[in-house]
Design a protein around this ligand. Structure first.
Ligand SMILES: C[S@@+](CC[C@H](N)C(=O)[O-])C[C@H]1O[C@@H](n2cnc3c(N)ncnc32)[C@H](O)[C@@H]1O
Length: 263
């Protein structure tokens, strides 16, 4: 078994399960998952209807986020945004409508079906400021300090090397730039039996970090945490609800800022 960061999970098996799960979310959003999907979920999390109306319906059907964070992101017209783990593109398109035609939003996701669907929808919608790239968010091809804001929703919990993701976000942000995300964390450390269960990882539970450790990883990347707040989010299956009750698995939105003045 290959491990990373002292985590007892098989990373190759995990990648395969995560990609299978989110291929299904892209291609068969009406299936039953451990988690909710779609517009109803987004509205319950706090997404304004007007913002969701700017998102292609097919993207919204496959929305699998865990919280609302755009109020923390405070996106402005003309800004440059990167969406880590963009899925079928709900947050990327929403960000595209907030930054407008003078801005630029790049969504990155490693699941081919998610990337292909989002790319097709971007072409069909004619939204020139939105682009999608298939790749890993631990290492992106973008330039240093090329983003005003990095966003992400329900993704970093799935990744074994979370420190690499936060360091990559810090590298991409300009001084004064923001990391605004929603993710799953826990009150207590999960047991090894849960952490080594790739099915629970792919369902956004097994990889959840303890919330103080999560904050420390963001700070170690060189970002200042300004806000961490709880979201009203719950899993659907009995197994997921059991882990939630025992370990305090919950969703949180976070704002962190890269120190320094805007050039
Ligand atoms: C829970 S879904 C959320 C998708 C999207 N943010 C949304 O709100 O609908 C998680 C996404 O993260 C992607 N993902 C997981 N690990 C990744 C990695 N290392 N690099 C890039 N994408 C990753 C998956 O392919 C999946 O599309």
């Amino acid at each position: 078994m290959s491990t990373q960061n002292d985590t007892a999970v098989d990373v190759h098996e995990l990648d395969a399960k995560v990609q299978q799960m989110y291929t299904d979310v892209a291609q068969h959003p009406d299936e039953t998952f451990h988690f909710e999907t779609g517009r109803q979920l987004a509205e319950r999390l706090g997404y304004p209807r007007g913002l969701l109306d700017a998102v292609p319906q097919d993207a919204l059907d496959s929305f699998a986020g865990v919280g609302w964070f755009f109020d923390l992101a405070e996106l402005q017209p003309g800004e440059r945004v990167v969406d880590f783990g963009s899925g079928s593109g709900t947050d990327t398109f929403a960000a595209g409508s907030l930054v407008g035609p003078t801005g630029r939003v790049r969504g990155v996701d490693y699941t081919e079906a998610q990337w292909a669907k989002a790319t097709r929808l971007a072409q069909e919608s004619g939204t020139s400021q939105v682009h999608f790239l298939q790749g890993r968010i631990e290492q992106t091809p973008f330039d240093d300090a090329s983003a005003d804001c990095v966003i992400s929703n329900g993704v970093i919990n799935l990744i074994v090397d979370k420190q690499a993701v936060f360091s990559e976000a810090a590298r991409l942000l300009r001084p004064g730039g923001r990391l605004a995300i929603a993710d799953i964390v826990t009150e207590q450390q999960l047991t090894e039996a849960i952490v080594s269960n790739t099915d629970l990882w792919a369902s956004c539970i097994g990889g959840a970090a303890q919330h103080e450790d999560y904050r420390s990883m963001i700070e170690r990347a060189g970002l200042e945490v300004r806000q961490m707040r709880a979201n009203d989010y719950g899993f659907l299956s009995d197994q997921a609800q059991g882990a939630t009750a025992t370990y305090g698995v919950r969703s949180m939105s976070v704002l962190a800022v890269k120190p320094g003045q805007t050039p």
